[in-house]
Every structure is written in structure tokens, then in C-alpha cells.
Write a protein that binds this ligand. Structure first.
Ligand SMILES: Cc1ncc(COP(=O)(O)O)c(C=O)c1O
Ligand SMILES: N[C@@H](CCOP(=O)(O)O)C(=O)O
Length: 409
């Protein structure tokens, strides 16, 4: 990998060989010593011979930017290359010039597929065939799907009360799904213990340095797709904080390389019941470590990428807001009925956050905004039913329909 220089500890700057399996800095174990991939950009640009014409079929258009060896066949289901859609009806409702990047259209229905493809390609490169992760559900389903595709043995740690769709999906993909009686944070700790004991390859974005590299392709894509009309704001939801950090890393990288002229401000959205990054960004370090929100994917009590997420907000001149469960469900319904996009609660939270930011005067009327929908609603139909309302039951007779639409006969 001539284009990858090193893995660097974000805390002390210690450097590590990128051709080895390593999670965090040996001097700073745990999430304090997260390693960052450093590239030789002359080499990267030498390899990048694509034109930035807005035509993105998959994230592998940016292979030159990914930390994978040239001679390894990627494990892929065609992830990335998701559309940016104009959202005029929702934009009018929120008073902004709005576009939506629908990453729920990824192969397993979630933005995480970008990262999973990169980490399984690394597992293939390292010759490891058992993989694992802790997950609120999406990362697990994603890892299971790509494991099936690449022929890996997949062992997952997921809170047992995850939405059913997120448990059914990895089961159908043939993974071992271990439903942990506890929270995502507890499942995460267990998966780390297991990784140390059994040597399985761990996908957790918090510690696997290659994950955020995959997630950053959403930033590359956003930069390419909005070139010439870069939005004032880019909105993401935040759980552990890796996704927003990845989106920013990719966008800023293209800007630093003069591939795009401007950068957006980043708006991070958390749920009131899982607010640790927002609290840290606003100088409060007494956040409740017990997470509780309908948006299960961002129901994280101890986010592992708080530092990265806060630097993203700071560097981009951004902000963060909190939204209630009611606001998230209302946003899920609003997004669906105005633009025909069905998001899970964490995917709709940015819409709720944008409304909050408008009300708070953070985002001004008429500014241009791209909201990133990170996950598809079909995985969590229970929340969808709460957001969408009741099904009206009728008899299979014309009379009930006439009464409904004609006000009686
Ligand atoms: C649909 C969805 N949206 C948002 C997030 C938040 O991403 P992160 O935990 O990297 O902040 C996740 C998972 O983490 C997710 O599955
Ligand atoms: N909410 C996430 C948490 C783990 O995902 P990661 O990509 O940050 O490791 C999930 O979907 O499980």
C-alpha cells in the first residue's frame, strides 16, 4: 500500500505499520488511542484517474483513496453511489433550499455498508475468516450481509431488544446472532473482550482504524455531487460519532486537494435521551450514560468517537442540536409524506434536527442544506407504525369506502 503512509495515534502521534492487524495505540489502549490512517497524497492522486462528473456508481470510484492493497479483490455488494435528491416540498416546510442524500439505499439499507466493505476487504487481505462486531443492529446486519458475500464466518453481539428487522436480516444472511441481555454499550465491551480472546477480526468503527475510511466515501460523494453548489449545511445524526466524522473527513479531504472549492458547516443531531456528544461539544461532561431513545441506532450512552465528532463540528464551524423522540417520529412521517423517503428513526433525526436548528436561528431561512438519511425505515416497522399512524380497517364492501370519501351515501 504505497499510498498509505502510517497509522497514527490521535492522542500521542505514535506511528504504526498499516499492514498489520491493530486496533488502538499500545500506549493508549481503549478508545483514547484511536488510530488514524495517514496517506501519501501524491501517490493517491497519481492513482486517481476518475473525473468528478457527478456520475458515481459505487464507492469504489474512490478506490485510490481507500486503504486497501492493490492485489486484493474488494468484498462488495455495490455500496455507495447513492443519489442526492432535490427535496422541494420538505424544503418549503422547513424554509430552506433542501436536498436529501439517501444512503438508506445501500445494499443492506444503511450507510455502514461503505465501512463494512472496506473492513472485510482488509480481513481478506489479513487472511482472517472469522469476523465480529457489536451493534445496535445495522452494523451487524451489514457485516452479516457482506460476510455472506465474501465467505466469512460472522459472529455478532446485538442488544436482544433491537428492532426485529435488524435481527432477522443478519439471521437470513447466515450469521451467528448473539442477543445480549443488556445495552449496546455492554455488547460493545463484550465484543472487545471476545476479540482479544479469540482473535476474530473486529469491525467496530470505534477501534478499527479502517472503518471511518469507508464512511468517508459519503463525504467524497457529497463533494462530487454538490460541486459548484456546495451546501451551507450538511446534517448527520450522531451515535458514536464516527459517521459524521467520516463524512467531514471525506469532504474536507477533497477540499484540501482542491477538488472542490468550498466546505459546508456540519450540523450534528442527537436524541435527548442519548446526548453525550452534544453535551461534550457544549462543555457539559455530566451526560447520563444510560441511553434511551426510539432512535435505536443512535442510542449510545458512551460514544466512542466523541473527540472526532466534536472536532468535526468545531473545524467546520458547525453546531449540534438535540431532538425528542416525538420530534424524530414526526420527522420520519414528514420526510415520508413530503418526499417519499422512508427512513428509520436515526435516519430521520437529521430532519428533526434541521427544524430545531431553524427554530433556534442556527440555520437561516433560505440557506442550502443537504440532509443525510443514513438508514432505511423498512428495518424498523414498529417505529414506522408509530410515526405513520393507524391503518383504518374496513369491510370488503363499497359502502365503507363511499362513507370514507363521500361522507356517506
Ligand atoms: C442509521 C444510522 N444512523 C446513524 C448512525 C450513527 O452513526 P455513528 O454511531 O457513527 O455516529 C448509525 C449507527 O451508528 C445508524 O445505524
Ligand atoms: N449504531 C451502530 C453502532 C456500531 O456501528 P459502527 O459502524 O460505529 O461500528 C450500529 O449500527 O450498530
Amino acid at each position: 500500500m504505497d499510498h498509505v503512509e502510517t497509522l497514527e495515534c490521535t492522542l500521542c502521534g505514535a506511528e504504526y505499520d498499516p499492514d498489520q492487524v491493530i486496533y488502538t495505540c499500545s500506549e493508549h489502549p481503549g478508545v483514547k488511542g484511536i488510530l488514524e490512517v495517514r496517506y501519501d497524497y501524491d501517490e493517491v492522486l497519481d492513482r486517481f484517474d476518475e473525473s468528478l462528473d457527478g456520475d458515481v456508481r459505487s464507492q469504489w470510484k474512490y478506490r485510490a483513496f481507500l486503504p486497501v492493497a492493490d492485489d486484493v479483490e474488494p468484498v462488495t455488494l455495490g455500496e455507495g453511489g447513492t443519489p442526492i435528491l432535490d427535496a422541494p416540498r420538505l424544503g418549503t416546510e422547513l424554509g430552506v433550499d433542501l436536498r436529501v442524500k439517501d444512503d438508506g439505499r445501500n445494499p443492506t439499507g444503511v450507510l455502514k455498508d461503505r465501512a463494512t466493505a472496506v473492513s472485510l476487504t482488509k480481513a481478506r487481505e489479513f487472511g482472517i475468516d472469522v469476523v465480529t462486531c457489536a451493534s445496535t443492529g445495522n452494523a451487524a446486519a451489514s457485516l452479516a450481509g457482506f460476510s455472506a458475500r465474501g465467505g466469512f464466518d460472522c459472529r455478532l453481539f446485538v442488544p436482544g431488544d433491537a428492532p426485529e428487522g435488524k435481527l432477522a436480516q443478519p439471521l437470513v444472511y447466515g450469521a451467528d446472532v448473539l442477543g445480549v441481555r443488556g445495552s449496546y454499550d455492554e455488547a460493545y465491551d463484550l465484543s472487545m473482550e471476545v476479540t482479544e480472546r479469540f482473535g476474530w477480526y473486529n469491525r467496530n468503527a470505534a477501534v478499527n482504524p479502517f472503518q471511518v475510511e469507508g464512511k468517508r466515501t459519503v463525504g467524497h460523494e457529497l463533494a462530487e455531487q454538490t460541486r459548484g453548489e456546495v451546501p451551507d449545511w450538511l446534517v448527520f445524526s450522531m451515535g458514536d460519532g464516527c459517521t459524521i466524522a467520516g463524512g467531514w473527513k471525506g469532504f474536507r479531504e477533497f477540499h484540501d486537494l482542491d477538488l472542490v472549492e468550498e466546505t459546508p458547516r456540519m450540523l450534528g443531531v442527537q436524541a435527548e435521551g442519548a446526548s453525550a456528544i452534544h453535551d461534550a461539544f457544549h462543555g457539559h461532561d455530566d451526560a447520563d450514560e444510560v441511553a434511551d431513545t426510539v432512535a435505536d441506532s443512535i442510542s449510545v450512552g458512551r460514544p466512542r468517537n466523541t473527540v472526532k465528532a466534536c472536532s468535526t463540528l468545531e473545524e467546520s464551524g458547525g453546531e449540534s442540536v438535540l431532538v425528542s423522540d416525538e420530534e424524530i417520529l414526526a420527522a420520519e412521517s414528514l420526510l415520508g409524506r413530503t418526499e417519499g423517503i422512508y427512513a428509520e428513526p436515526a435516519g430521520a433525526a437529521p430532519v428533526a434536527g434541521l427544524r430545531k436548528a431553524r427554530d433556534a436561528g442556527i440555520v437561516d431561512e433560505g440557506e442550502s442544506v443537504v440532509v443525510v438519511v443514513t438508514g432505511n425505515g423498512l428495518k424498523d416497522t414498529k417505529s414506522g407504525m408509530r410515526a405513520g399512524g393507524e391503518v383504518e380497517r374496513i369491510d370488503p364492501a363499497i359502502g365503507d369506502v363511499v362513507e370514507r370519501y363521500d361522507g356517506g351515501d
